[in-house]
Design a protein around this ligand. Structure first.
Ligand code: IMP
Ligand code: MG
Length: 474
């Protein structure tokens, strides 16, 4: 009898394990650069590790190559770095990759990234691109740069053409769909669009003969991408029904959302998780949404960072953490933790769990935490649209933890990896309860305030260097 039930339990266990389907979406909770790429990559690797003959698809849903998602992978030759801008990070794990209809799709960058992944990792996944997605052209970049150069009120954009692209999308007739891009209609459509935009382009200094140059510039990418145009909403629902694993990768972050971010210093896309599901045609109720939060917020470009640390903390964390934009090389401003911002983002995205990133970068610092604002002498527990008059309120308590004795300048992960690898691996092995007490207390207090559980704490840049919290099952 006992034998039978043990066997039965084992079979049920195996069956349940087999039936596990990863359905997750990831969004940034601050102003970008939280480390979404690292977490998405780890979860993709986990999905592959189930070894269940299911496919793993990784989808980009908004933004363009203004994003920069870095992955560091351990190999025999040490850490290898791989950065994607236009493509999902899934290239690094041989996952299928998909581009949703709300992306600002730069086909040239995308093709180059796929090529790099083929050379580096022998990438051979399936590539699915929504037939609806709009193409980001060189003229979008030129218009972006021209606008930033001429307007009095600057946004500090990445100059990747994102604003002008989404203006063309909303303008309807100036959107080159991917379906047109890979068809014989391409040249006619391009000339039509250039004609409609002629006055704008002339003002920005785009010269005669530009159409021929653009056609030539896109020849190779068009050729390579032929055959990848999909009615993506149907294909993704097939993935869902057939039990394949689906991981949705957000770019930028909640406070850069065109409607819900700190306007006007935001990007031009809809970033919140809800928008991802509506554009992909996938059901929110079946997914877990995870927020990715850098322990200290950073901001690049114009716009207020309420908890900006104008002291040693700001400077040293920026230096040690290598806080420089992956897409633009610009320095990022660093602030103290701002839980009010995170709480709002968790609410807006209906976040099911949070990953806290870069707990290692702030070791040995006294960490202040803001949990409210003062505006015109009044305490405010909500985030206002106008951040210019906001003074952060810091909790009396500060936090400080020590993880290991080792290099404190960790701005170059590849250089410090040999010295820190063992410490990091040990923390991952031992789990949350072996983390320094102050870091654990920080996490408990954070979760109570934000109203959401932290499920993982990243203590290193490489794949796998994330400590699981007690409430994370896998
Ligand atoms: P755009 O997206 O290039 O139009 O830039 C608009 C604003 O969003 C600027 O403040 C940029 O610095 C910021 N931004 C855009 N993409 C990213 C990103 O991936 N990380 C951080 N900031 C970003
Ligand atoms: Mg980035």
């Amino acid at each position: 009898m006992f034998k039978y039930s043990a066997k039965y339990c084992f079979l049920v266990l195996i069956k349940n394990k087999m039936a596990e389907q990863i359905k997750e979406a990831f969004v940034g909770l601050q102003w970008g650069d939280e480390g979404k790429g690292k977490i998405v990559d780890e979860r993709l690797v986990y999905a592959h590790s189930l070894n269940d003959n299911k496919r793993v698809v990784n989808i980009r849903t908004q933004g363009g190559d203004n994003a920069g998602h870095s992955v560091f992978i351990r190999t025999d030759q040490g850490l290898v770095k791989f950065v994607t801008h236009a493509a999902p990070v899934g290239l690094a794990s041989n996952s299928d990759v998909a581009i949703g209809p709300s992306v600002a799709f730069n086909p040239i960058s995308f093709v180059n990234e796929v090529k790099e992944a083929e050379d580096k990792f022998g990438y051979s996944g399936r590539i699915l691109i929504s037939e609806r997605v709009g193409i980001l052209f060189d003229y979008h970049r030129q218009l972006d740069a021209w606008k930033e150069g001429h307007n009095e009120r600057k946004v500090g954009t990445t100059k990747k053409g994102i604003g002008p692209f989404y203006m063309d999308n909303a303008n309807r007739t100036t959107r080159m769909t991917f379906s047109d891009y890979v068809s014989d209609r391409f040249e006619d459509r391009l000339r039509q669009i250039l004609h409609e935009k002629r006055n704008e382009l002339k003002a920005a200094g785009v010269t005669h003969g530009y159409d021929a140059w653009l056609i030539e510039q896109h020849k190779e990418a068009r050729e390579k991408l032929k055959g990848h145009s999909e009615r993506l909403e149907y294909r993704l629902n097939e993935y869902l029904r057939h039990g394949h694993h689906i991981l949705i990768e957000g770019a930028q972050a909640t406070n850069l959302d065109v409607d819900m971010g700190s306007m006007p210093d935001v990007t031009s896309s809809h970033i919140l998780a809800g928008n991802a599901f509506s554009s992909l045609g996938l059901p929110r109720r079946e997914f877990n949404v995870y927020g990715v939060e850098k322990l200290y917020p950073t901001r690049v470009g114009e716009g207020v960072l309420p908890t900006l640390a104008r002291n040693g903390f700001g400077e040293e964390v920026a230096r040690n953490g290598g806080e420089v934009g992956a897409s633009t090389g610009r320095k990022r401003r660093v602030g103290y933790p701002d839980w009010l911002v995170v709480k709002r983002s968790a609410m807006l995205n209906e976040v099911d769990g949070i990953y806290i990133m870069r707990a290692d970068v702030v070791q040995d610092f006294d960490i202040l935490v803001s949990n409210g604002y003062i505006i015109d002498g009044q305490r405010l527990d909500e985030m206002p649209l106008d951040l210019s008059k906001v003074e952060p309120v810091y909790m009396n308590q500060t936090f400080r933890w020590h993880l290991w004795n080792g290099p404190s300048d960790i701005s170059d992960p590849i250089k410090v990896d040999p010295a820190l690898r063992e410490f990091r691996d040990n923390y991952v092995k031992q789990g949350f309860m072996e983390l320094p007490q102050d870091l654990r207390v920080y996490t408990y207090d954070h979760d109570r305030y934000v109203g959401c559980n932290t499920v993982g704490i990243s203590i290193g840049p490489a794949r796998g260097e994330t400590v699981k919290c007690l409430n994370q099952k896998n």
